[in-house]
Design a protein around this ligand. Structure first.
Ligand code: SF4
Ligand code: SF4
Length: 196
């Protein structure tokens, strides 16, 4: 939502004076207040170009639609998506922070963001517990180290866009082929019934 790939890049941009402190909608008033204190600034209104936060969510993959293309795996900063090529992918729910970074990468639009019920009694943020935030930070750090070592494939955004549209076109072609086949079969069955 802030426009940076992870919290770390946003934090660096703030520290270097390249970004304002008002770009974290999920962090809410607590984060904004803490950043204002840390940077010794007055609290600004939320950034107008950041999408408004609509409550805590978790990603879920629709099993019937997933084609196992693996395109959603590299963008997940917490490695919360597991699956191998041509097999159904799934999300480790406890590892998903609801950042939505995977959603736009799916060529068949089968990643849904589902609302999560929280009781709002956490220590610092209303909707996020300290323990889970600490775990997400560790996961993000592990992911970052692996990508830096070259252990994980990274694809730049142009490659992603091309791959995504190629896969989307292939899936549409296959769906249309199956649809035509099913229609022909239905027509054959209908005319066989008429003959009887
Ligand atoms: S919403 Fe974020 S954390 Fe959850 S699976 Fe998608 S990219 Fe990973
Ligand atoms: S990008 Fe979509 S279709 Fe491809 S593996 Fe992920 S959820 Fe499945």
């Amino acid at each position: 939502m802030c426009g940076y790939p992870r919290c770390l890049e946003y934090a660096r941009a703030i520290a270097e004076g390249k970004s304002d402190i008002n770009r974290c909608p999920p962090g809410g008033a607590e984060t904004l207040g803490a950043l204002a204190k840390l940077t010794n600034k007055a609290i600004p209104p939320p950034a107008e170009d950041c999408e408004p936060y609509t409550g805590r969510k978790i990603a879920r993959i629709e099993e019937d639609i997933c084609i196992g293309c693996t395109l959603c795996i590299p963008p997940c900063p917490l490695d919360a998506i597991i699956g191998t090529a041509k097999h159904l992918h799934t999300i480790i729910e406890g590892n998903c922070s609801g950042c939505e970074l995977c959603v736009d990468h799916c060529p068949v639009d089968c990643i849904r963001m589902i609302d999560v019920d929280v009781d709002g009694s956490f220590h610092f943020w209303e909707e996020f517990g300290d323990d889970e935030v600490a775990r997400w930070k560790n996961l993000a750090q592990r992911h970052f180290e692996r990508v830096s070592r070259g252990d994980q494939v990274t694809v730049d955004s142009e490659q992603f866009t091309n791959l995504k549209s190629q896969i989307r076109e292939a899936v549409n072609r296959e769906r249309s082929r199956r649809w035509k086949q099913a229609n022909k079969k239905a027509a054959r069955l209908q005319s066989a019934r008429k003959v009887k």
